[in-house]
Design a binder for this molecule. Structure first.
Ligand SMILES: O=P(O)(O)O[C@@H]1C[C@H](O)[C@@H](CO)O1
Ligand SMILES: O=c1cc[nH]c(=O)[nH]1
Length: 309
């Protein structure tokens, strides 16, 4: 399919998700980091049924999640077949499980931005409608028991502002970074009495760095005192920030630009009011990483099964 040939898909408000008018003039669009193209792949046949996109940093974690979704949606691969990575590059990994597209985003905003540009265009070319996106990840918590799950209400920057500032042609393009409040509440209500973890809705601070950007004392460089760090972290807590990570701001901004409903669900792997180093054993971290996946899988299952009835 040529980029210019087919009509643009719709988001929930009926308008195009990828609003770039130049796309309509292109004979072919090469989605370089996925190794897909509008000319070489029939994107509508491959992705037309997608309703949910789930993304997280690590490609291995996304493969685990895709296998989990396969079980949760009671889908079976033909005998002898394995789930395969759709990307022919090693930049990202992508799996499709029925209506669920699972794709890794790497670490930080530049990496998630590239993935989102390409996945939004991909789903536009595939003429997908009424999509919901989720970021399922890890984060540092503030005043929460490690292993707790935070559903983001609004993503904020280092000044606690709910905006993402993109630099383009020497200027700044600012976009809001609020997320869908109803979806956040629906995700919260996907918790179960039997869950061995707490789940809260709170604001999320997104940074460009894991060490100094998040006020850690254990990076290679540090020009502030422990008192400065604690004052800053307490200030975050007092304005309703419950976790810190590195992608939500760009994710929320791009979802708002595309008009796509989106949620961010992350597990806290430490309490930043108590320390900087991640010392939890690997096996326990793997179990904690499944918690946001469980919550989002319950939401998808509930929504998908309702639609099938
Ligand atoms: O969702 P993940 O766990 O990949 O993302 C967080 C934010 C950073 O990319 C990374 C730092 O360890 O973890
Ligand atoms: O402290 C943390 C933990 C995970 N991811 C982050 O960005 N920060």
């Amino acid at each position: 399919m040529e980029a210019s040939q087919e009509g643009m898909a719709n988001n929930s408000s009926g308008s195009a998700m990828a609003t770039n008018p130049h796309l309509l003039q292109m004979e072919e669009d090469v989605l370089y980091h996925f190794g897909l193209s509008t000319k070489k792949n029939n994107l509508q046949a491959m992705f037309g049924e997608v309703k949910f996109v789930c993304t997280g940093g690590s490609s291995a974690r996304m493969e685990v999640f895709a296998k989990f979704m396969l079980e949760e949606l009671h889908m079976h691969l033909p005998a002898g077949m394995a789930l395969c990575n759709i990307c022919s590059t090693d930049r990202y990994a992508m799996y499709k499980v029925g209506p669920v597209l699972v794709v890794s985003h790497g670490m930080g905003m530049p990496s998630i931005s590239i993935m989102l540009h390409e996945v939004i265009k991909l789903l536009e070319y595939a003429q997908c409608k009424d999509l919901t996106f989720f970021r399922i990840g890890t984060c540092g918590g503030l005043g929460l028991k490690p292993g707790s799950v935070v559903v983001t209400e609004t993503a904020v920057d280092y000044k606690f502002e709910p905006v993402f500032e993109l630099q383009a042609l020497g200027k700044i393009i600012s976009t809001p970074t609020n997320l869908n409040k109803d979806l956040a509440q629906d995700l919260l209500s996907c918790s179960d009495q039997s869950d061995e973890f707490d789940i809260v809705v709170g604001n999320t601070m997104c940074t460009n760095d894991f060490y100094e950007g998040q006020g850690r004392l254990d990076g290679a460089f540090c020009d502030y005192t422990e008192q400065d760090k604690m004052n800053y972290l307490h200030e975050l807590y007092n304005v309703g920030i419950r976790n810190i990570e590195m992608e939500s701001l760009c994710f929320a901004s791009m979802m708002n630009r595309a008009g796509i409903k989106a949620g961010v669900v992350c597990v806290t792997i430490l309490d930043r009011l108590k320390g900087d180093q991640v010392v939890t054993p690997k096996e326990e971290l793997r179990r904690w990483e499944e918690r946001p996946q469980t919550v989002v899988a319950r939401y998808i299952k509930g929504t998908f099964e309702k639609k099938l009835k």
